[in-house]
Design a binder for this molecule. Structure first.
Ligand SMILES: Nc1ncnc2c1ncn2[C@@H]1O[C@H](COP(=O)(O)OP(=O)(O)O)[C@@H](O)[C@H]1O
Ligand SMILES: [Ca+2]
Length: 501
C-alpha cells in the first residue's frame, strides 16, 4: 500500500472519528435534563371566600416571562376570613382542607422550599375599619395555621387596594405575554410598534379596581399613579380601588339607601325578579362601614324585600351610588376620584366575568354590542323568579337571585362610573382564565414577592444551547469536508488519479 493511500485512509478514519465524537457530544449535551420544577402557593382571602392557588415553573427559567402557571385551585368551604369576626380562632382551621390538597399536589421533598403567601382584600379592609382587634385576631389565626404546614410561610397580610389593582394588571399582562417578546414575535411587535399593555378591571364582593396605562401622563393625583420597570421597560400605571363598590357591598349600599325612603317594613326592589322575596336584618345591613353613614333608627328591625324585575328602574336606583357632581381634577370617574381618559384594551375578570359568563355575554366568538348586552340583562331581569329558579336549579340561590342586580350594576359601573361608551365597550374582554391560570391579583403578587419579574431584560445568549451545539457540529462537518476535498484536489492521490484517467 502506497504512503499516500495510507495517509488518506488515516485521515478518513480520523475525520469519521471526529464526526462521531461531535454527534455524540451534541446528543448527550441536549438530552433533556430531569425537569426541576418549583412551586409557590398564594391564598386569596377575598370578602366572600378564600381561594388557594398552586403555581409551578421550571427552576432554570424562572426569570423568563410566561413560564409560571397555575396547576391547582382550591375553594375554601364557608365564608371569607372576614366572616370569622365572631369566632376569630376558627379562621385559620377553615383553610386546612385546601392546604392538605396542596400537600398532595406538591411533591413532599419540595414542601419545605415552597413559599406560601396569604393576601386579604376588601372584606378584611372593612373589618379592620370596623373592628381592628377582630381583624388582627383573624390574621393571627390564619398565620398560626399557615406556620403549622410543611410549607415555607412568607406572610399573611391585608393588601392595599393599590396593590390589588397593580398585581391584577401584572398578572394579566404577564399571562398575555405583553411584557417581553422573544425572537420573531419581538421583531414583529417592534415593526408594528405594538408594545401595549392591557388594562385590568377587577370586580370583587367588597371592592372593585381599575388599572391601565393612560395615554397622557398627568401628576394630578399621585396616589393613583404607579411606576414599574419590568424586563427593561418603564410603565406608568394608573390604578384605583373603590372600597364598598364590589357587587355585594354595592347592593348593601343600594338597600341602605332605599331603606331611607320606606314607610313601613316592605321594600319593592326593581333589581330582583318578580316573585322573589328576601328578609334582611336592618342592624346587619347598617353595621358595616359602607352603609353606616345612614340613618339607623327605624320602628322595625327587619326589611321585607319583594322583587319587581324592572331593569330600567333598577339602573336608575343604582345610578344614585355614583356621585358625579364634583370633580377636583381634569376628569373623574365618580365620588371625586381622578380618572384619566380610558386607553387601550381591558381585561375584565373576577365577578365581571362570572356574571357576564352566566348571562352568555362574554362574547368569546364575537364581541357583544353594548345595546345587546343591556337588552339581554333587561329581559333576564323581567323573567319571573319561579321560572328562573326552575331553569337554573343547579346554581346557588344566592348567586342566581343577584345576577339581575349584578348585571345592571356592572353596566352602571362601566357606563356611568368609568364612562365606557358604545365604541370602547368593544375593547373590554371578559376573561376567566388565560391559559391554565385564573385572571386575578394572586399570580402578580407571587411574581413580585419572589422577584420573578426582573427590572432589566435578563442577558440571554443569542442562541439556545441546543442551537449552539448543532451549529458547532454543522460548521465542523463543513470544515472537515472542505479540508478533505481540498487535500484530494491538490494532492491527487495515485489511487484516485488511476480511476480518473
Ligand atoms: N359563580 C359565581 N357567580 C356569581 N358571582 C360569583 C361567583 N363566584 C364568585 N362570585 C362573586 O365574586 C365576588 C368575589 O369577590 P371576593 O374576591 O370574594 O371579594 P373582594 O375581592 O372584594 O375581597 C363575590 O361577590 C362573589 O359572590
Ligand atoms: Ca377578589
Amino acid at each position: 500500500m502506497s504512503w499516500t493511500r495510507k495517509i488518506l485512509l488515516i485521515l478518513g478514519f480520523l475525520s469519521t472519528l471526529a464526526v462521531i465524537a461531535l454527534i455524540a457530544v451534541a446528543v448527550t449535551q441536549n438530552k433533556p435534563l430531569p425537569k426541576n420544577i418549583k412551586y409557590g402557593i398564594v391564598l386569596d382571602a377575598g370578602s366572600s371566600h378564600t381561594n388557594l392557588y398552586v403555581y409551578e415553573w421550571p427552576a432554570e427559567k424562572e426569570n423568563d416571562t410566561g413560564v409560571v402557571q397555575q396547576v391547582e385551585v382550591c375553594k375554601v368551604e364557608g365564608p371569607g376570613i372576614s366572616g370569622y369576626s365572631h369566632a376569630t380562632e376558627e379562621a385559620g382551621p377553615s383553610l386546612a382542607q385546601c392546604l392538605r390538597q396542596a400537600e398532595e399536589v406538591i411533591p413532599s421533598k419540595q414542601h419545605q422550599e415552597t413559599p406560601v403567601y396569604l393576601g386579604a382584600t376588601a372584606g378584611m379592609r372593612l373589618l379592620s375599619l370596623e373592628n381592628k382587634s377582630a381583624a388582627d385576631k383573624v390574621l393571627s389565626s390564619v398565620e398560626k395555621t399557615l406556620r403549622s404546614t410543611p410549607f415555607n410561610f412568607q406572610g399573611a397580610r391585608i393588601i392595599s387596594g393599590q396593590e390589588e389593582g397593580a398585581y391584577g394588571w401584572i398578572t394579566i399582562n404577564y399571562l398575555l405575554g405583553n411584557f417581553k417578546q422573544s425572537g420573531w414575535s419581538k421583531l414583529l411587535h417592534s415593526l408594528r410598534s405594538i408594545s401595549e399593555t392591557s388594562g385590568a378591571l377587577d370586580l370583587g364582593g367588597a371592592s372593585t379596581q381599575i388599572t391601565f396605562v393612560p395615554n397622557e401622563f398627568s401628576s394630578e393625583s399621585p396616589e393613583n399613579l404607579l411606576y414599574f420597570r419590568l424586563y427593561g421597560k418603564d410603565y406608568l400605571v394608573y390604578t384605583h380601588s373603590f372600597l364598598c363598590y364590589g357587587k355585594d357591598q354595592a347592593l348593601q349600599q343600594k338597600l341602605a339607601r332605599d331603606l331611607q325612603t320606606v314607610e313601613n317594613s316592605s321594600l319593592f326592589d326593581p333589581c330582583f325578579h318578580q316573585g322573589y322575596q328576601r328578609t334582611i336584618n336592618i342592624s346587619d345591613l347598617l353595621k358595616n362601614p359602607c352603609t353606616s353613614a345612614k340613618e339607623k333608627q327605624f320602628p322595625f328591625s327587619q326589611l321585607y324585600i319583594q322583587g319587581e324585575g324592572d331593569y330600567q328602574k333598577c339602573r336608575r336606583s343604582i345610578l344614585k351610588l355614583f356621585n358625579k357632581t364634583n370633580c377636583p381634577y381634569s376628569s373623574c370617574s365618580f365620588n371625586g376620584i381622578y380618572l384619566p381618559p380610558l386607553q387601550g384594551d381591558f381585561g375584565a375578570f373576577s365577578a365581571f366575568y362570572f356574571v357576564m359568563n352566566f348571562l352568555n355575554l362574554t362574547g368569546e366568538q364575537s364581541p357583544v354590542a353594548l345595546d345587546k348586552v343591556a337588552s339581554t340583562i333587561e329581559s333576564f331581569c323581567a323573567r319571573p323568579w319561579d321560572e328562573v329558579k326552575t331553569a337554573y336549579h343547579q346554581i346557588k340561590e344566592k348567586y342566581l337571585s343577584e345576577y339581575c342586580f349584578s348585571g345592571a350594576y356592572i353596566l352602571s359601573l362601566l357606563e356611568n362610573g368609568y364612562e365606557f361608551t358604545e365604541k370602547n365597550w368593544q375593547r373590554i374582554h371578559f376573561l376567566g382564565k388565560i391559559g391554565s391560570s385564573d385572571a386575578g391579583w394572586t399570580l402578580g403578587y407571587m411574581l413580585n414577592l419572589t422577584n420573578m419579574i426582573p427590572a432589566e431584560e435578563p442577558a440571554v445568549p443569542p442562541l439556545s444551547h441546543g442551537s449552539y451545539v448543532g451549529l458547532m457540529v454543522l460548521c465542523s462537518l463543513v470544515l472537515v469536508s472542505v479540508l478533505l476535498f481540498a487535500w484530494l484536489l491538490f494532492h491527487k492521490p495515485k489511487c484516485l488519479q488511476k480511476g480518473i484517467v
